[in-house]
Design a protein around this ligand. Structure first.
Ligand SMILES: *Cc1c(COP(=O)(O)O)cnc(C)c1O
Length: 412
């Protein structure tokens, strides 16, 4: 059974000051998880997590992770600016972008961020804009399918990211001739992998590639970036990843492949978003309307503008009716938002306890790619964000949008 991290009493206390809907984050959960990650990779001297800012671009969250040693992984101008304003400097920032506009390369270079090139043609662009930095990273795409134990997990061959194998060898040679001295390899081959085998399998591929590149080009590879993709159990029947097992799996691949090649000074970087934040955030919304037609509907005060994943990918998000955790789930509902768009449903045919108007519905695992993916269709205003502190107090860390925010860009 999936549990919420806030009690009904706490939700009432918060919503007396901050009306629903709001995303609520669990400070204690975030901090403990960040520490577990560090422990899992403590065998690697240079290990660092660069939190994927796009998952939860909220300064209070970024600063909290910074306290635990995380850097920031950015891929847009505003993410770079936000990270800068949160105190991330120089190599605290990884710039892993694609289809990158000039101004973003310029900003990243100004900040002294580590730039991760998505394509071989970006070498020329970067050279002409700001010159080639001493430390640089290239993103790899092996093509084909990505398999673990003969099971197809994803199709890198269909993904727009990264360079082919031949291109990455050529890119490293070219970058070296242009003055680069330290190199990194990056790849993101599958998303939301609820499997302890993903990172070790990816790491094995990248470690072998590093050995091959080093032999062929003699460049100095100083880090390997496993990026994101480590998943979380959105469904109650799923078993969560064990980050200690994952860290140990990567260690074994490191000792099998890199150590014998004399490359055991390579730092491991990660760029996780979902694993760092998803379970430690939820969308708190209230049942405001019910409707009984061909199906049973519960209308809530949030919409897909606050959480797009169900509408966009049909993603499952568990729902708890606060205070009715032990009640029988003997009603079948579609839980909907109020957009004029029939895919605005947080759940379809979901078994829940009987929902009464005014009940708090807690939509689980919205801490990453939740609020940040929101939009403003129908002129709906996106919800704010609240941090539930370890001491039980709470703090508004982003206010809800107001009509003037929506109108701010208009020319009348
Ligand atoms: C989105 C993204 C991440 C984070 O992915 P998660 O699935 O949230 O871990 C990391 N790196 C890059 C380049 C990304 O685009």
């Amino acid at each position: 059974m999936k549990k919420t991290f806030a009690t009904l009493d706490k939700l009432r206390e918060i919503s007396a000051q901050i009306p629903t809907p709001f995303h609520l984050y669990d400070e204690k959960g975030i901090e403990e998880n960040a520490e577990r990650l560090k422990a899992a990779f403590s065998w690697n001297r240079g290990f660092r997590e660069y939190f994927a800012v796009k998952a939860t671009p909220t300064p209070a969250i970024l600063k909290l992770l910074k306290k635990h040693g995380c850097g920031a992984d950015c891929s847009s101008l505003t993410e770079l600016i936000m990270s800068e304003r949160c105190g991330f400097t120089g190599e605290d920032i990884m710039f892993s972008s694609n289809d990158t506009p000039d101004e973003e390369f310029v900003k990243a270079a100004q900040l002294g961020a580590i730039i991760n090139l998505d394509d071989i043609t970006h070498i020329e662009v970067l050279k002409n804009l700001v010159g080639i930095p001493k430390k640089i990273c290239c993103r790899f795409n092996p093509g084909g399918t990505f398999e673990i134990s003969n099971r197809i997990m994803d199709n890198p061959g269909d993904a727009k990211y990264g360079m082919t194998r031949e291109q990455i060898f050529e890119a490293f040679r070219e970058l070296k001739s242009l003055g680069a001295e330290e190199f990194g390899i990056h790849a993101f081959l599958a998303s939301n992998m609820v499997s302890n085998e993903y990172y070790p399998a990816l790491a094995s591929q990248l470690f072998q590639l590093a050995v091959d590149i080093r032999r062929a080009t003699d460049v100095k590879i100083t880090f390997i970036n496993l990026s994101g993709g480590v998943g979380v159990p959105y469904r109650p029947e799923q078993r969560p990843n064990d980050i200690m097992v994952i860290g140990d799996g990567v260690r074994r691949a490191y000792e099998e492949i890199l150590s014998p090649a004399g490359m055991d000074d390579i730092a491991i970087f990660t760029e996780m978003g979902r694993f760092m934040l998803a379970p430690y955030g939820c969308l708190v919304t209230k049942a405001i309307r019910e409707k009984h037609i061909y199906k049973e509907y519960i209308g809530v005060d949030a919409s897909a503008c606050d959480l797009m994943r169900p509408a966009m990918y049909g993603a499952y998000h568990h729902i708890t009716v606060a205070g009715k955790e032990d009640a029988p789930t003997d009603h079948i509902y579609d839980v909907t938002g109020n957009l004029c768009e029939n895919n605005d449903k947080f759940a379809i045919d979901r078994a829940l306890p009987k929902v009464d108007m005014g009940d708090y519905l807690v939509i689980h695992d919205t801490g990453a790619h939740g609020r940040s993916m929101g939009y403003n269709y129908n002129g709906k205003l996106r919800s704010g964000e609240v941090l539930l502190k370890s001491d039980g107090s709470f703090e508004l860390i982003r206010r809800a949008e107001a009509p003037d925010d929506y109108f701010a860009t208009l020319v009348w």
